[in-house]
Design a protein around this ligand. Sequence first.
Ligand SMILES: *Cc1c(COP(=O)(O)O)cnc(C)c1O
Length: 417
Amino acid sequence: MEKRKEKILLCLCHLSGNEQKYVQEAFDTNWVVPLGPNVNGFEDDLQKFVGEGKEVVALSSGTAAVHLGLLACGVGPGDEVLIQSFTFCASSNPITYLGATPVFIDSEKDSWNIDPDLLEEAIKDRIAKTGKTPKAIVPVALYGMPYDIERIMEIGNRYGIPVMEDAAEGFGSRWKGRVLGTFGKYGVLSFNGNKMITTSGGGALICEDKASKDRILWYATQAREAYPYYQHEAIGYNYRMSNVCAGIGRGQMTIVDEHIRHHQKLAALYAELFKDVEGIRLHANPDKRYDSNYWLNTITIDPSVRVKGQENAYKTVVTGVVGGVASVIHAVDNPTTDCQPNDNVEALRVGLDALNIESRPLWKPMHKQPVYKNAPAYVNGVSEALFKVGLCLPSGPYVTEDDARFIVEAIKELIVR
Ligand SMILES: *Cc1c(COP(=O)(O)O)cnc(C)c1O
């Protein structure tokens, strides 16, 4: 096959709304600080999107939203937080920023998200072992797929543990018709350049009422007391969203429904194209309660599938960046680790890359990350097994239906039959 001239990227937001108008307004009125009409307007748009009765705070990143949500749940030094292990590090790192310990919970097979049975088992065991109740439960909408929020909320309520939903990848996904991020005490959204919509970099926290929004706002603006001079009685953060960035967000909100539909349309097309490809399965809504935004479409590849070049997988160290556009990565000496995707998955990634198609392994579970080797984990093998067989495929607004056909054809050609 001829390789594509332009790389088909995994997921890149598209500034196809009237972003420029709002950003220009910020320039024209010199509103260049982390507050202003765009910040208020963006928050109003988000509030409308998530529905009645919720309040939204715009922040400088999704990671900042995770951090402040946990803080507001009362997480502090020596505490434990129950969190889905199958996630990106931004879900769990802020737990350590607060001096607390993540307790990783494995996933259920169908949704790939936090297993409610294992969650309850972990709660009982933590209480028995430490004498303390964990401070928060964090389910994650991995690749946009909803978690079984009904069971998670029921368990959280029964043990008196607040739920903070990490819907950073699941903006616009729904559980029984209701938008994710609106069930728990807090809900995290991300507007990084590769998420469902972007503010170039940014995030938001969905709060249950005005009082909890005000508390988050206070923490996000350096925790100032009402005096004519700077007086501080708590440690705050500089986490508010810039008025310039919020202008991009307002423009993106004018096309968000269209973008979500595009991701979902690609999912339906991938499903049709992969229908008869033996050994490959597309991840899809387990049943009618789940309504994924399909932020990223993902496949699993049976270990029996042979891929061209498989014998050379992991022979050389990666020098470019996998998993980030403009990042700094540490050089490594050894091309392998003790837990990595199967050779056929890596060969498929390399083969697609040669055709200018970006793909990426599933997120490596946090309980398998060296940095978290001492954290408690309640494991059933599901996320580790998925990590070894899974691959994320291009899914963003730049990916056309023709691109999806090209990608599936490329995968079929790379498989040895
Ligand atoms: C992207 C992401 C975040 C954090 O968002 P940023 O805006 O990049 O800080 C948090 N959790 C998950 C699961 C994510 O994918």
